[in-house]
Design a protein around this ligand. Structure first.
Ligand code: BES
Ligand code: ZN
Length: 862
């Protein structure tokens, strides 16, 4: 297969934003002095460069910087001053020396200034109020994908790896953190400042460089398999760091052994930042986090909140090798980074807390990937990237969740140890350098001696995924498998990719005669038949549930399976069965009534993840019908028995999945089902909780808060708003903030929306608040008008990267008119980043509208 990277470089359109390779950096010596009062910074850098071909100019990246001076010199005493021309459109600067630079080593010296912006990218400011109510400022960085150029002029592409020697000049009372250990601090008493000099980093990409300056407190250093580790937080929050410290220590140790290579940094610091666009960022040795992803109160947090912290910490630490040590050549390969870190995050968390059954709940992420990948507007996992804003759009569900799913599929097919050896071999071979996707398959092939590349190419370079149908022939002894691309939109109106074939690793469990057999084979053609000696009693396709494909059983096979469900299917297989059937309904392949019949038979289901799919489909129908009474009745009769079995009270010896299930069922009954009894009990229980926080299980509390908001009026709104302001942990803060999106009173919802623009909510959260309100079916008349009317304010205020994620809210606007409107709106107001995501969300909206029209009758009666 032709390398996408080569094509991109040859493309004349690309050349204006890709840097030429005649001059290459080897080492940056950077000194920065942030001014936390005026929100500016001054910088100076000496870059050791190699000129490979004589040239009279240098092109490098710079954005929103003022460059005062640029000179270049070499050891032969040649010394030139440059004319500086900024090219804002292409985010770069041209340094013209007027003379030709001979090939060899040079030192480029630059002086520049910039602003500490409030857009959560580049070198930016984050603020918080201290215990006395004083506003404090932090200066911090977020460079991925292409924002190092906002902090210092550089070769801001991932394969210009270099060494960084960082110096920060800061107020003497402040903490300064960067990627490497501090080498030396020099006091500057006359300015009440200090100069903090850091050790050289390893050779790495610009997007991994980090500077963090502010008032911070740290946990005592602990040892993780030889590496010093600590957690930093703004003052007063360190008591929330213990949990993250635990998973950090475990992950680092786990990865040292899994990867078979020692952690490449000289220390590892995890830092909580009050304003942060993403969840976390894997800067080598100085990983930054949004507070909810790092700081947590183990005693009061719900399982989901704890799992989130464990996931994010493990994920970022996985990147220290996969991403930081071996890095993709260009952003088309970002999937490799992120899919891998997501996959490894599961492995590490699973090994830390096996009782969490992390791979089972991963089914929920896989289901999200399916939901996007079944659209016509999906994309290939590896996707061409040209402009910087296109790079940003790649951080999506397909990169993370689909990517991780296909890696899991491969791992299970090859066997975990064979797979691990391949990864270890790949890292050893490519450390400190850059790779393309093929390098990974080649390494796994070499170590496993299996045709990995062909198989994986069909998943990475083709859109979508297959639907595998299975049928039993008349003799009852032959099973025929048939693959066909799965699409929500009916195949005839798309016509596209119908004949796409995948290399599907199929694992099946078959009961033939008296024996139960497991078989595996690679389905590369359209069909394949397996023959058995005895009659087939039942077959489970996608045994173990790790395959990234949907399954459709012929009616007789489906009956045989569901009849003996508990005996034949494990939790994740039951999850897939429900999820695939629901997908068939959305695709119009199966009537809604059949799905409803099927889930009725799941009344006695006990698994939390299976219930998560069921609940998800009910919430979906709630948006489609705008909360129809028939749906409420259906929800009540389906979920009540299961909830009654659990009760509100925690039981001794109950595992955490049961506890989560209790919260989930209460939530669905109290909101989607509008079960008045559950709502009244929730109010009572919440009053008890307020008096004694230990009196209610922590997995039930989030449900209580949402139910109370759902049924609440202005007093409750004020109460929760207050609780938001006085929250005792980041999770509680989020919980009460998002509760303000769940009320049904339009005036209250308007207030919530206004808070996203008037500074009441941090801009890191504002887009997600808008998204939640858009998906609240009671908010239809206020949320979309708000977005339309305030669009200019929104794009000025919210972090640009989060706008596409906000657009996900449109999937809640299920009507023909709104569909037309949203389409027109995004046509008239295109977003620079994440165009694909907008397209996908609009298509999801249209899939929902199609369901509404097609199933009008069933939706009235249930
Ligand atoms: N490298 C990303 C952070 C990032 C995301 C940078 C998008 C630039 C654009 C980081 O490793 C990451 O993936 N963070 C996730 C959390 C993770 C546990 C899935 C995030 O921020 O959502
Ligand atoms: Zn990541």
């Amino acid at each position: 297969m032709m390398s996408k990277e080569t094509t991109a470089l040859m493309d004349p359109e690309t050349q204006s934003y890709r840097l030429p390779r005649i001059v290459v950096p080897e080492k940056y010596e950077i000194t920065l002095e942030p001014d936390l009062v005026n929100f500016t910074f001054a910088g100076e850098e000496t870059i050791h460069v190699i000129v490979s071909d004589s040239t009279d100019h240098i092109l490098m990246n710079a954005l929103e910087l003022e460059i005062q001076e640029a000179t270049i010199s070499n050891s032969r005493n040649e010394n030139f001053k440059a004319d500086i021309t900024l090219d804002t459109e292409n985010e770069r600067v041209k340094l013209s020396f007027g003379k030709s630079l001979s090939s060899g080593s040079w030192k480029l010296h630059l002086k520049f200034t910039g602003i500490l912006n409030d857009k959560l990218h580049g070198f930016y400011r984050s603020t918080y109020k201290d215990a006395e109510g004083q506003t404090k400022v932090i200066a911090t960085t977020q460079f991925e994908a292409t924002d190092a150029r906002r902090a210092f002029p550089c070769w801001d592409e991932p394969d210009f790896k270099a060494v960084y020697k960082v110096t920060l000049i800061v107020d003497e009372t402040l903490t300064a953190i960067s990627n490497a250990k501090i080498k030396k601090e020099i006091m500057i008493p006359e300015r009440a400042k200090k100069q903090v000099l850091f050790h050289d980093t390893m050779k790495m990409s610009t997007y991994l460089v980090a500077f963090i300056v502010g008032e911070f407190e740290a946990t005592p250093v602990i040892d993780a398999d030889g590496t010093p580790v600590r957690v930093w937080a703004p003052p007063g929050k360190l008591h929330l760091a213990k949990f993250a410290e635990g998973i950090a220590q475990h992950s680092l140790t786990f990865f040292n052994s899994y990867y078979g290579l020692k952690y490449p940094g000289d220390k590892l610091e995890l830092i909580a930042i009050p304003d942060f666009a993403f969840g976390a960022m894997e800067n080598l040795g100085a990983v930054t986090f949004r507070e909810t992803a790092l700081l947590v109160d183990e005693k009061t947090a719900s399982h989901a909140e704890l799992e989130r912290v464990a996931d994010v910490v493990a994920h970022e630490i996985a990147h220290m090798w996969f991403g930081d040590l071996a890095t993709m050549k260009w952003w088309n390969g970002i999937w490799l980074n992120e899919a891998f870190a997501t996959f490894m995050e599961m492995l590490a968390v699973d090994s830390w807390k096996p009782e969490w059954k992390r791979w089972e709940s991963f089914g929920v992420s896989r289901a999200q990937a399916f939901a996007t990948d079944g659209l016509k507007s999906t994309r290939t996992i590896e996707f061409p990237v040209r402009r910087p804003e296109e790079a940003q759009g790649m951080f999506d569900i397909l990169t993370y969740e689909k990517g991780a799913s296909v890696l899991r599929m491969l791992e299970q097919f090859l066997g975990p140890e064979v797979f691990r050896r391949g990864i270890s071999f790949y890292l050893a071979k490519h450390k400190y350098s850059n790779t393309e996707t093929n390098d990974l398959w080649d390494a796994i092939e070499e170590s496993s001696k299996q045709p990995v590349r062909d198989m994986m190419d069909s998943w990475i370079f083709q859109e979508g995924h297959p639907l595998v149908s299975v049928e039993l022939d008349k003799s009852g002894k032959a099973l025929t498998f048939k693959q066909q691309r799965f699409l929500y939109a009916s195949a005839d109106d798309s016509g596209r990719g119908k004949d796409t074939l995948f290399h599907v690793p199929i694992m099946v469990k078959v009961k033939s005669g008296k024996s139960v057999l497991s078989e595996k084979f690679l389905l590369t053609e359209e069909t394949h038949t397996l023959n058995f000696e005895d009659k087939v009693q039942y077959v489970v396709v996608n045994e173990g549930g790790h395959g990234f494909y949907r399954v459709r059983y012929s009616p007789d096979l489906l009956r045989a399976l569901t009849m003996k469900r508990e005996e034949t299917l494990n939790a994740i297989e039951r999850f897939n069965l429900v999820n695939d059937t629901w997908a068939a309904v959305l695709a119009g392949l199966q009537p809604l009534s059949e799905y409803l019949e099927m889930i009725k038979s799941f009344e006695d289901e006990t698994d939390k993840n299976v219930w998560t799919v069921i609940a998800g489909s009910l919430q979906y129908l709630d948006r489609v019908t705008c909360g129809s009474p028939a749906l409420k009745d259906f929800t009540k009769s389906l979920c009540s028995p299961a909830f009654k079995r659990l009760g509100w009270e925690l039981k001794d010896g109950e595992d955490n999945l049961k506890r989560q299930l209790r919260g989930l069922l209460a939530l669905v009954l109290g909101t989607t089902g509008d079960d008045e009894k559950v709502q009244a009990e929730a109010r009572e229980l919440y009053a008890k909780y307020k008096a004694d926080k230990a009196s209610v299980g922590s997995d039930v509390v989030p449900a209580l808060v949402t139910i109370l908001a759902h049924t609440g009026a202005v007093e409750r709104y004020q109460e929760f708003e207050n609780d938001y302001k006085n929250a005792s942990s980041p999770q509680e803060e989020d919980r009460f903030m998002y509760s303000l999106t769940a009320f049904q009173d339009k005036e209250l919802l308007k207030q919530t929306l206004e808070k996203t623009l008037n500074g009441s909510f941090r801009t890191q959260n504002a887009p997600f608040v808008v998204r939640m309100v858009l998906q609240n079916s009671a908010a239809r008349d206020v949320a979309w008008p708000f977005v339309k009317e305030n669009w200019q304010r929104i794009i000025k205020t919210f972090p640009e990267v989060s706008l596409p994620r906000m657009s996900e809210g449109v999937t809640g606007l299920v009507s023909d008119e709104l569909l037309k409107e949203t389409r027109q709106f995004f046509k008239d107001n295109p977003i620079r980043q994440g165009k694909k995501l907008i397209e996908q969300n609009l298509e999801k909206q249209s899939v929902a509208v199609a369901l509404k029209n097609r199933e009008a009758k069933t939706l009235k009666t249930f």
